[in-house]
Design a protein around this ligand. Sequence first.
Ligand SMILES: *[C@@H]1O[C@H](CO)[C@@H](O)[C@H](O)[C@H]1NC(C)=O
Ligand SMILES: *[C@@H]1O[C@H](CO)[C@@H](O)[C@H](O)[C@H]1NC(C)=O
Ligand SMILES: *[C@@H]1O[C@H](CO)[C@@H](O)[C@H](O)[C@H]1NC(C)=O
Ligand SMILES: *[C@@H]1O[C@H](CO)[C@@H](O)[C@H](O)[C@H]1NC(C)=O
Ligand SMILES: *[C@@H]1O[C@H](CO)[C@@H](O)[C@H](O)[C@H]1NC(C)=O
Ligand SMILES: *[C@@H]1O[C@H](CO)[C@@H](O)[C@H](O)[C@H]1NC(C)=O
Ligand SMILES: *[C@@H]1O[C@H](CO)[C@@H](O)[C@H](O)[C@H]1NC(C)=O
Ligand SMILES: *[C@@H]1O[C@H](CO)[C@@H](O)[C@H](O)[C@H]1NC(C)=O
Length: 242
Amino acid sequence: MFATTIISVFLATLLSSVSAQNLTTGALGNATVVTNNPPGAVYLATLPTTEFNNPSDPRGNVKGSIVATASPNGIGVSFAVSFSNLPTSGGPFVYHIHDQPVPEDGNCNSTLAHLDPFIRGETPVCNSTLPQTCQVGDLSGKHGKIESDPFVATYTDDFATTVNGLGSFFGNRSFVIHFANKTRITCANFALSGSTATNASCPPNSTASATASNPAQFTGAGTKSTASMALLLGVIALAILL
Ligand SMILES: *[C@@H]1O[C@H](CO)[C@@H](O)[C@H](O)[C@H]1NC(C)=O
Ligand SMILES: *[C@@H]1O[C@H](CO)[C@@H](O)[C@H](O)[C@H]1NC(C)=O
Ligand SMILES: *[C@@H]1O[C@H](CO)[C@@H](O)[C@H](O)[C@H]1NC(C)=O
Ligand SMILES: *[C@@H]1O[C@H](CO)[C@@H](O)[C@H](O)[C@H]1NC(C)=O
Ligand SMILES: *[C@@H]1O[C@H](CO)[C@@H](O)[C@H](O)[C@H]1NC(C)=O
Ligand SMILES: *[C@@H]1O[C@H](CO)[C@@H](O)[C@H](O)[C@H]1NC(C)=O
Ligand SMILES: *[C@@H]1O[C@H](CO)[C@@H](O)[C@H](O)[C@H]1NC(C)=O
Ligand SMILES: *[C@@H]1O[C@H](CO)[C@@H](O)[C@H](O)[C@H]1NC(C)=O
């Protein structure tokens, strides 16, 4: 009972000091910049014609795609985002890379939470001036919400990766568009669609891979909450010892 109280107090102090600065860092630290993306690999996610949130909407599904291309210098991934035919109310819409792919039945709920290999969580919201402190998958948090129709945006995200094996790899995952209230509107899977790299004259630089390989082991959706809880308990234990 007493121990519980102490833990609560420490936890409250910890959380309030974090929110006072509005600076959140993942339980595993800030997101790391990936510098060894195989140049030119292109991943494409195209929205389906089938509606998810409102199957009887005569306007049909949101149209569009995300094309994600590894940067020529291997640092980060360039995103070309294009959406149209968005709902006429309920915005501004947000979109994220989600942890799991969309299953064949098209259920966007099955994509689970945002891609978050550093276990940062959704709240407080991402501060886009410090993108390393945001969830890797929080594309609209880092790069802007959907506030127009059509909506077109291009940007480079330094934290997403096309290196299969890293936790921040998105090539086997999905993205989801949400209403402002987080209800899921539609979703699509990323898949490798080709490469802009002409040939072996520009080989992927694999020497830098050691620096960013740690998050890989923390990706599984199932292990995420366990790892997070273990870490939290560790932090609390440390706080008590100090
Ligand atoms: C975001 O971070 C910047 C730079 O640290 C800071 O000045 C600003 O107040 C932060 N914004 C919010 C909403 O926390
Ligand atoms: C920090 O977040 C709190 C609660 O979300 C908010 O009230 C406050 O204005 C934020 N501070 C800054 C500097 O943005
Ligand atoms: C995370 O990044 C922020 C902003 O640069 C920095 O203030 C903070 O110390 C970093 N946290 C860790 C654990 O590296
Ligand atoms: C979220 O917003 C949409 C669009 O306004 C609405 O249809 C839906 O019912 C809302 N969901 C919740 C849980 O309030
Ligand atoms: C998806 O989740 C929303 C919100 O919890 C729920 O209203 C909806 O029925 C779910 N849809 C499916 C197909 O599971
Ligand atoms: C996606 O790939 C990453 C990195 O290889 C892996 O850790 C993760 O388990 C994979 N996710 C799915 C849903 O297959
Ligand atoms: C690969 O690049 C080299 C040098 O840029 C060029 O000479 C060669 O024709 C290219 N090969 C292919 C298959 O594109
Ligand atoms: C590969 O990356 C390493 C570390 O970033 C760098 O030192 C090296 O020059 C790079 N090699 C090539 C061929 O780009």
